[in-house]
Write a protein that binds this ligand. Structure first.
Ligand code: HEM
Ligand code: NFK
Length: 255
């Protein structure tokens, strides 16, 4: 514990000079401030989600289910806030956005290292996105570490194994069979069943966020290409299929 400095103020503690000094629009257009604030807020919430996920993954490693659920529930609430914040951004009209879009150059949400780390920490480990980060940079090193360390998905598989489910080399079929066993006798495997439903909540909410992103993008730039070089809305629509726990979605058909 560090001693509380005498006379420390609200602004000191929250480093508001730094925080509120970091909104620097490149144009003189009114709406660019909203664009910056929305994205900075998103990065702060991503930071908090990664912090909670780190805790949850560690707790699952010791079968500490209840505190892990607590952290995952908090992730879920943050996801709700992030999904709702699209409603604020959709007050940005196409014409007002296009007036400052050129100042963004080739920068794009594609390059959000924290968003990619979130996918990796959940278990959506698509290494092809590393190409956006030059080797040796802090962002690249963080992402490589996230790829190497156990994700929430992998931590859940280890918990299944400790409970006696044989998931062998972690093939899709073995994982599906194990979760199916949990769902068919949910009373016996109550901790794992509750865990699975928390994992569904997180995957569901991420897909919901992605869906609102596509709708907002269609509403603001229609079918234009993205500044990051993708096809735009069609690319984003294709990411709706990405799931950290596809077996949990698929088993619904088998119950
Ligand atoms: C006017 C508003 C926005 C537009 C037109 C827009 C458009 C796009 C497009 C076209 C892409 C695909 C990559 C590219 O080619 O650039 C993309 C990716 C992305 N955007 Fe946005 N976006 C907007 C706002 C936001 C906001 C507010 C967030 C976060 C809260 C966000 C987060 C992301 C992320 C994380 C990706 C990468 C998604 C992935 O690869 O799965 N975007 N965006
Ligand atoms: N990809 C967007 C630009 C964009 O949204 C963006 C640009 C810079 C920083 C963050 C962004 N947000 C998410 O993609 C576009 O194509 O208009």
């Amino acid at each position: 514990m560090t001693a509380t400095p005498e006379g420390m103020t609200y602004a000191d503690y929250l480093k508001l000079d730094q925080l509120l000094g970091a909104q620097q629009p490149l144009s003189d257009l009114h709406d660019e401030m909203l664009f910056i604030v929305i994205h900075q807020t998103k990065e702060l919430w991503l930071k908090q989600m990664l912090h909670e996920l780190e805790l949850a993954i560690g707790l699952l490693g010791t079968d500490s289910f209840a505190p892990a659920y607590k952290a995952l529930a908090r992730v879920g609430r943050i996801q709700s806030v992030m999904t709702l914040s699209w409603d604020v951004l959709s007050t940005l009209t196409p014409v007002d956005y296009l007036k400052f879009r050129d100042v963004l150059g080739t920068s794009s949400g594609f390059q959000s290292a924290q968003f990619r780390e979130l996918e990796y920490r959940l278990g959506i480990k698509d290494e092809s996105y590393l190409k956006h980060y030059p080797p040796g940079t802090d962002e690249r090193i963080r992402l490589e570490r996230a790829l190497a360390e156990p994700s929430l998905r992998e931590a859940a598989h280890t918990a299944l194994q400790r409970a006696g489910f044989d998931i062998g080399d972690g093939s899709d079929e073995a994982v599906s069979a194990a979760w199916l066993g949990v769902y068919r006798d949910a009373d016996r495997w109550f901790d794992l069943y509750q865990l699975a439903e928390k994992l569904m909540d997180v995957d569901d909410a991420l897909a919901g966020w992605r869906h609102k992103h596509v709708l907002t993008v269609e509403r603001i730039i229609g079918n234009r290409q993205g500044t990051g070089g993708s096809a735009g809305a069609p690319y984003l629509r294709s990411t709706l299929a990405k799931r950290a726990f596809p077996e949990l979605w698929a088993l619904r058909t088998e119950l």
